[in-house]
Structures are given as C-alpha cells and as structure tokens.
Write a protein that binds this ligand. Structure first.
Ligand code: S3P
Length: 446
C-alpha cells in the first residue's frame, strides 16, 4: 500500500461491523431456533472463516454483501464436519470454536494459518480438559492443529490466570453443553460481548463481580434474533481516531461505533494525552452501547500506561504506539506482555517498524518506552516508511496512519492481511484524505 500524505483528515465515515461481536452473533444464532438476519456484519476473513466453519458443521447461512441469514439448528443441532476446520488468522475463531466443539458428540479438527499455528492454545485446552474434553494437538495441545473428540463435559469452577475474552468465551460455550453449573473468574474484566449476547438471548448467565455462573444444558433453547445489527468496530475506528488526532487540522466523524467500556481504553488514554474526542448520539444496538465519534486534531503529550488499562486497550496498542511516537515527551507501556502472542509479537514488530520511521522506541519484556517526536509539521512526525506488516493487520493499518505524518510518500508491504478485519480500510482512508472523486464523497459504506 502506498501512502501519500495530504495534510489533515476530514469527513464522515462508517467502519465495518465489530469483528468480536460478529463471531459471537454467528455462533449463538447457529445454536438458536429460527432464522436471524445479521446486518452490518464484519466481512473480514476472520469472521468469514467462522461462518464457513459453521456451514461445515451443518448450519445453513445465506450470504449477501450487506447481510447474512443464519438458519439456527438449535442447541444440539450441529453435525460433524467432513473436513478440517480452517480458522485462518483468527485467534477468536479457533478458541471459541474449540470450546463449542468440545462437548459435541462428534470429532473435529481445527487449524489456521502459520500465525495461528504459533499462537498459544493451552489457555483454552487446559481448562476444557478439566471439563472432561478430549483434545490432542502439537506440543501436548499447546499448538494447533487441534483434534477434538467431542464428549460429555462436566461443569468446573475455573479461575483464569489472565484477562482473556477468548478463554472466557470458549469456556462459556463449552459450559452450555456441560452437565452442572460452571463458574468462571477472571483477574480483570476482559471484553464482555459474550455475556451481553447471552443476556440478549435470555440465557441464564449470572455475573457477580468478576465471577460468572452458568447452568449447562438449558432445557429450553432460545429463539434466533429476527434481526441483529452489529455495531461498528471500535478497533477499526481506532485507526481514524488516532489519525484525526495526530494530523493537524483534522475533523472526522465515525458513525455508529460500538463504545462498550471493555473496549474503549484508547479513548481514556487519548484523553489523558490531550486528545479532543466527543461521543455523540449515544444509543444501544444488540445489547451494546453505540455512538458517533467526533474527533478533532490536538497536540498530544506522553503518558504512562500500566496493567490496569491493558484489557480494554489490548488491540489498540499498535496504533497507540503511533500516537505516542508523535506526542511530546515519553510514553511508557508496562504489563502488556499479551501483545507478544497476538497476530504478531506486537511489541517487537511495532518497535522495529517505528524505529525504521525515525521513532525512538525501546522494548521491554512486557511493554515499551516511546520518546515522542512531536506533532507532524516542520520538525515533528515520522519519516516515510518502507515498512512490513509482519502479516499482522493492525500493524499494517497502524503503519499506514503513521505514514500520513511523514513529509513524503510511504510504502507498507504485505498489506493483504488487512482483509482479516477491515476490507475497506483503504477506501475509508482515501475518503478522509480527500483523494476520492466527488461522486463517491460523503459516505463510505461498511
Ligand atoms: C478477542 C479477545 C482479545 C482480542 C482479540 C479479540 C475476542 O483476545 O485481543 O482481538 O473477540 O474475544 P484475548 O482474549 O486473547 O485477550
């Protein structure tokens, strides 16, 4: 992707539907009774792979560009897939589906691309085995491919060592098929989309502080949501929230974005850095809070980000590093070792790529320190990139935004990975930089 800096960002866009919520809406409607029309779903490859997995498990899903029709099979209606289930690049896909499939009465094999086959699966395999699951995999089940021999599960009480929504959601899905009452506790609240969607469907999930309790094998199923509209993805909006903040003279509105507080740590961090962001027209969609996000550029200063802010900011660190690189002063991130096991080792990949753009970054085991270069303009901003995505969609998009702060054109290589979450990223970027011809101006559809 070639990035041509054109000064500020200006205009109104909509981003794709939320990736996390789309995975969950696909799975829970597949287990429901009746037909759901899913609107504004995320058409990124990650979610399409979960859709294909469910189709391989016998669920009829009709696809158009704008909506999906999911024909629910009921709680016990899934059937064995004749082939291997390929989750592509999606950690959420493989971990949630492993939980879903552990308690079925058939055999499944799950795998993914090279990045997925390097990422830790023991975090779901271990507690699922405690529930009685029979799962084999490379390195004793630590790495995919995973072979799941579906069996009768029993409830457990499990204290998760990390705040992970993928682990929590995998276990909640398994718990639906387990005998007895499962109890899960996490050390900090991770994104709560699964809990909200369980509540939306009337499933008897109880939260007390950081502990969730769910009765397995509900005697009555749940009806599909006749129509469900997925909120816009905050993690997609994040690239333009930061872009509009750091490019002087910018004024951008992103409509219909999910603002679930377990996701919006970036807003708190930018607020502390001096950002100018307002949330307008607040409303609710599918049990999730939604707003239009209005961003005006503002000079930023460095801050300290500790472990308490990690779960709600976890996917935004690559773009936050770009903000820190053009702030005044130092930003220090600690307690973020989870970044090392994402689609790439994001501490290493962002440090390498930003350094190549002139940023002053030092890596630590669980974070980084970034000495800001100051606002783009005469003396600040990054240098043009000749960067690589490391096959990580969020690194690719972060470097593209970083490139806009440089005095000349940048190139980011291997940007096909952007397809995993944000297929129309480039179109949105062109829209806001004013590089689209007049008739297309005004609104980019998700
Ligand atoms: C996700 C949870 C987070 C996040 C990922 C999506 C989800 O991962 O980083 O992009 O949809 O549950 P962890 O659960 O590993 O923190």
């Amino acid at each position: 992707m070639t990035i041509t800096p054109r000064g500020s960002l200006y205009g109104t866009i909509a981003v794709p539907g939320d990736k996390s919520i789309t995975h969950r809406a696909l799975i829970l409607n597949a287990l429901a009774e009746g037909v759901c029309t899913l609107r504004r779903y995320c058409r990124g490859e990650d979610c399409l792979n979960t859709m294909r997995a469910l189709q391989a498990l016998g669920v009829r899903i009709d696809e158009t560009k704008d909506e999906l029709q999911i024909h629910g099979k009921g709680l016990w209606g899934l059937a064995e897939s004749a082939g291997v289930i390929d989750c592509g690049n999606s950690g959420t896909g493989i971990r949630l589906l492993t939980g879903l499939l552990a308690g079925q009465d058939f055999f499944s094999v799950l795998t993914g691309d090279a990045s997925i086959r390097r990422r830790p699966m023991g975090r779901v395999v271990k507690p699922l085995r405690e529930m009685g699951a029979t799962i084999a995999g490379r390195k004793g089940g630590e790495l995919a491919p995973l072979a799941v021999s579906g069996t009768t599960l029993h409830a457990i009480a499990y204290a998760s060592p990390g705040a992970s929504a993928q682990v929590k959601s995998s276990l909640l899905l398994a718990a639906l098929f387990a005998k007895g009452t499962t109890q899960l506790t996490e050390p900090q609240l991770s994104r709560d989309h699964t809990e909200r969607m369980f509540a939306f469907f009337g499933l008897p999930l109880v939260r007390k502080g950081l502990t969730l309790t769910i009765e397995g094998r509900p005697s009555v199923g749940w009806g599909a949501a006749p129509q469900l509209t997925v909120p816009g993805d905050f993690s997609a909006a994040a690239f333009f929230i930061v872009g509009a903040t750091i490019l002087p003279g910018s004024d951008v509105t992103i409509t219909g974005v999910g603002i679930n507080p377990t996701r919006t740590g970036l807003l708190d961090v930018l607020d502390r850095m001096g950002g100018d962001i307002e949330l307008l027209n607040r409303r609710e969609e599918a049990g999730e809070p939604v707003a239009d996000i209005h961003v005006r550029s503002a000079p930023l200063h460095g801050v300290t980000i500790g472990a308490d802010l990690i779960p709600q900011t976890i996917d935004e660190f690559p773009i936050l590093c770009v903000a820190a690189a053009v702030a005044e002063g130092q930003t220090v991130i600690t307690g973020a070792d989870e970044l090392r096991v994402k689609e790439s080792d994001r501490i290493a990949t962002m440090s390498t790529e930003l350094r190549a753009m002139g940023a002053r970054v030092s890596e630590t085991a669980d974070g980084m320190a970034i000495q800001g270069l100051g606002q783009p303009g005469e003396n600040g901003g990054l240098q043009p990139a000749n960067g690589r995505s490391h096959e990580d969609h969020r690194v690719a998009m972060s470097l593209a935004i970083g490139g806009l702060t440089a005095p000349a054109e940048s190139v980011v290589h291997d940007t096909e990975c952007i397809e995993t979450s944000f297929p129309n990223f480039h179109a949105c970027l062109l829209q806001l930089t004013g590089a689209v011809s007049e008739p297309q101006k005004g609104h980019v559809k998700p």
